[in-house]
Design a protein around this ligand. Sequence first.
Ligand SMILES: Nc1ncnc2c1ncn2[C@@H]1O[C@H](COP(=O)(O)OP(=O)(O)OP(=O)(O)O)[C@@H](O)[C@H]1O
Ligand SMILES: [Mg+2]
Length: 256
Amino acid sequence: MIETENISKTYRLGETKVRALRKVSLHIDDGEMVAIIGPSGSGKSTLLAILGCLDVPSKGIYRIDGQEVMSMNERQLAAIRRKKIGFVFQQFNLLPRTSALENVMLPLYYCGISQRLRRTRAMEALERVGLADRYRSHPSQLSGGEQQRVAIARALVNEPAILLADEPTGNLDTHKGAEIVSIFQRLNQEAGQTVVYVTHDPFIARHTRRIISIQDGRIVRDEPVEHPLVAGTPRPDDILHEVSIDPVEDEEETEA
Ligand SMILES: Nc1ncnc2c1ncn2[C@@H]1O[C@H](COP(=O)(O)OP(=O)(O)OP(=O)(O)O)[C@@H](O)[C@H]1O
Ligand SMILES: [Mg+2]
């Protein structure tokens, strides 16, 4: 279970302070499927990075399965990331001159298992995202959607309880986005994995069972989705441009 209590994150840029998160409290139970939505600069990536133990809050408490994350040392944090969390970055973060298979094998290097088992497990993860036949391809030989699937396979290969993804469909067209969403839905339903993804797209968000909206670093809405959409449902035009991108103040515009 994921639990935050009044977490805040403030970045300091010289004289100015950017308050990226303000007293965010949330609970996400095991096996939930959640979308975090909000305008650009609202704090979505900051929140996800904290949930993924890639960053720490400036204030507040964060617990995973009852364990307080802030009190852990680097080694304990690395262990949590390795055992419990799979993280899919928006820019994929794949190693360029390395095959899909080797990219997926990478997280297993630190797990003390044989080369042969690493290979088997990485192939299984590639199969789960429908890319087993492309295991030799380098990222540059794969489409955006395929690279995204390699990134998902890499996040899955440790069989983490929690899968976090930052704008996993952000760079993809509707059809490829639907493939990604359907992978997440399957992992959630069949493997019981907790899935949390960030999106700015309300249509993509409606494929989950809960939508958390953030604005200006705060949770402004947290609502269940009565009838989550099945991946592949055509996108109705009327919700295409539903989310307005709020302008952020100049000093807050510097993106990491
Ligand atoms: N390393 C950093 N240093 C300073 N400010 C930062 C840093 N990272 C993020 N910010 C600021 O914190 C705020 C929240 O950023 P964040 O990346 O979480 O937004 P976001 O909701 O993910 O936006 P987007 O939809 O554009 O990805 C923004 O104002 C951003 O400029
Ligand atoms: Mg972001």
